[in-house]
Design a protein around this ligand. Structure first.
Ligand SMILES: Nc1ncnc2c1ncn2[C@@H]1O[C@H](COP(=O)(O)OP(=O)(O)OP(=O)(O)O)[C@@H](O)[C@H]1O
Ligand SMILES: Nc1ccn([C@@H]2O[C@H](COP(=O)(O)O)[C@@H](O)[C@H]2O)c(=O)n1
Length: 406
């Protein structure tokens, strides 16, 4: 089915029913409809992107664009996506609309829409897409969210079947099994990983070039030889406490994303004020800021392992870190119910001086954790990369399990 755009102009709007009926009687289907009013800026933007045709088929002399804009902004407009099986929908609809100037239409095509409902060359009842113009772009101007049909040609099918469908099917199957809260974010990370894996097998030169590019951009090298572990868990689940023990026993480096962000606030940098506000609200700071702080911190590490605490808090951060900074070994996840974490954080708040260790911020942090950070854990769990620990026990009991993973 091919589609194009039609606009019932304001002066003809009261007769929109008759116009729709003429369109459908001619064998077209209306597949989307919207009533809107356009201001001058938007109408001007439309005509700037899609200039009215000059020359063949256009009225003579051409209608000034200012008049077209005036006609389109005079009242409600009905925007239609008009579809028909087979090709040529544009030309067929243009023919049903008739010549641009209703005066000409009344003699040359008396049954046409412009002959029947038009007033003059600007108030000519309907805008239709001129033959040869970009119908899809004009449809997208008024219906940006509209789902498009996949191209159906053999070459398109072969291309999709070979390059996309196998990974997409695998991703969609896994997506249904995991049912994460943020399905599109989850799927985008899954497909990013699949693309990297597909490149990895026989394209080591590409991978190296990509790594070098990321390293160059970040000013540091990918950490290929060090074991990198993401340490995740709700606020107050005990990530920092357990990391301190691992540092002592295994001489790892420990970088807490939260600590790096708090240091940025303290440094008085221009972004510090906004970061402080986001932390107090339990919001996630944009990934590029956190990743660049982390990349900078780990670039000088020579420890046998690196613990990255409180990161990635969002699926896109995970993908970006893996792409630009480093692979990682696994996620160490501290599983802890909110009541336990709340009690610990309120206690810590008595002395921590943190802007977010108070009841209101804690509630917001929990909310962000459930909605935004749990999908990261679900994502990596589905890939078998999560080591889960019951974090409700005493620090010693928790550590006994934790150290078994190293
Ligand atoms: N297993 C535990 N049992 C009881 N209290 C604990 C335990 N682990 C940590 N704590 C205490 O709970 C508080 C939070 O711990 P910690 O700072 O390690 O958590 P976190 O996950 O790093 O928190 P955040 O994400 O807010 O930085 C601290 O006061 C800590 O002493
Ligand atoms: N990847 C991250 C990590 C932290 N934040 C912000 O910092 C706050 C405190 O983090 P903790 O790990 O120390 O609890 C957190 O609530 C976020 O506001 C972040 O944005 N991104």
């Amino acid at each position: 089915m091919e589609s194009t755009l039609a606009l019932v102009k304001p002066h003809a709007f009261p007769r929109a029913d008759e116009i729709l009926s003429a369109i459908t009687s001619a064998g077209f289907t209306i597949t989307a409809k919207d009533v809107l009013s356009l201001n001058t800026t938007r109408a001007a933007a439309f005509y700037a992107a899609h200039p009215p045709p000059a020359g063949a088929g256009a009225s003579s002399p051409p209608v000034p664009v200012a008049d077209l804009i005036g006609a389109l902004t005079a009242g409600p407009v009905m925007a239609l996506v008009v579809s028909k099986a087979g090709g040529g929908v544009n030309d067929e609809l243009a023919s049903l609309a008739g010549p641009e100037d209703p005066a000409t239409a009344r003699t040359a095509a008396p049954g046409s829409l412009r002959a029947r409902f038009g007033v003059d060359a600007a108030k000519n009842a309907v805008h239709v897409v001129a033959p040869g113009a970009d119908a899809e772009a004009q449809v997208a101007f008024f219906f940006p969210e509209r789902e498009r049909e996949l191209p159906s040609g053999a070459a398109a099918k072969e291309y999709l079947m070979g390059s996309v469908v196998p990974s997409l099917t695998k991703g969609l199957t896994e997506l249904c099994r995991v049912a994460p809260a943020d399905p599109l974010g989850w799927l985008s990370t899954f497909l990013g990983d699949a693309a990297r894996e597909a490149r990895g097998g026989d394209a080591s030169a590409d991978a190296e070039a990509e790594a070098a590019k990321g390293a160059e951009a970040n000013g540091e090298a990918k950490k290929d030889k060090q074991k990198i572990v993401f340490v995740l868990g709700g606020p107050g689940s005990g990530k920092g406490t357990q990391c301190a023990r691992l540092v002592e026993d295994f001489h790892f480096d420990h970088f807490s994303a939260g600590d790096l962000l708090r240091a940025e606030v303290k440094s008085g940098s221009s972004t510090g004020v906004e970061i402080d506000r986001m932390i107090a609200n339990g919001e996630i700071v944009p990934g590029d800021i956190t990743i660049s702080l982390l990349a900078n911190a780990i670039s000088s590490s020579t420890a046998p392992g690196i613990l990255i605490d409180g990161f990635p808090r969002k699926l896109d951060q995970a993908g970006a870190f893996e792409k630009d900074v480093s692979d990682f070994a696994f996620v160490l996840f501290f599983d802890c119910p909110e009541e336990v974490m709340e009690e610990r954080l309120l206690k810590r708040g008595e002395t921590s001086g943190r802007v977010d260790d108070n009841a209101e911020s804690i509630r917001k942090r929990f909310d962000t954790f459930v909605k935004t950070s749990m999908p990261v854990i679900e994502y990596y769990e589905a890939k078998g990369k999560v080591r889960r620990v019951d974090a409700t026990k005493t620090p010693d009991e928790v550590y006994a399990v934790v150290k078994g993973f190293f």
